[in-house]
Design a protein around this ligand. Sequence first.
Ligand code: ZN
Ligand code: ZN
Length: 214
Amino acid sequence: MTIRHHLSEQLLLAHACGQLPEAFNLVVAAHLTLCDECRARAGAFDALGGAVIDAGGGVEMADEAIEAAVARITGFPREAARLPVRAQGVLPTPLADYVGGDLDAVRWRPVGMGVRQAILPTSKDATARLLHIPAGAAMPGHGHGGLELTMVLQGAFLDEGRRYGVGDVEIADEATQHTPVAEAGGDCICLAAADAKLKFSGLLPRLAQPFFRI
Ligand code: ZN
Ligand code: ZN
């Protein structure tokens, strides 16, 4: 597995400081399970997050404390912060814990055009869902009222000329208007988290939105 699309530094820092909604934490945790590179970076950010929390939430953090924490980041050993490696199966361990098993435990619901989803139980400030997109099928085109993280668990999707394979995370925000398409040759299963309702451009998806809580 070659991961090409990683978590941003903002996400890793917010994760380390405990400032992400549960749904985003789930994506971060799932990616860290698969990605050595981000796991090493996360270890460094955890050091910074700890320093921020020690300093009383970061608001009053002295310049020297920030410098010391940043120095720790740049010098952080890469093999530090080992997390449990991936269990056998498609779902990374943190995700399997939510589902209560692997893919066969997922309770899918059809959302039209062959796409299926399963909403995961997280806090209300953001939603997390599993998406099953048939090979070659497109997600409805949409914009975003906030941040959206989409991580591939099986297969791959193409979006704006980029390919996202297993472990890759696409980060979309208010500026993104996109239509991800599952790669031909295999169904694509993703974990998607969003902190605001998606804005669909077509009328039908918009009408369907209240029913599917997307
Ligand atoms: Zn990564
Ligand atoms: Zn999107």
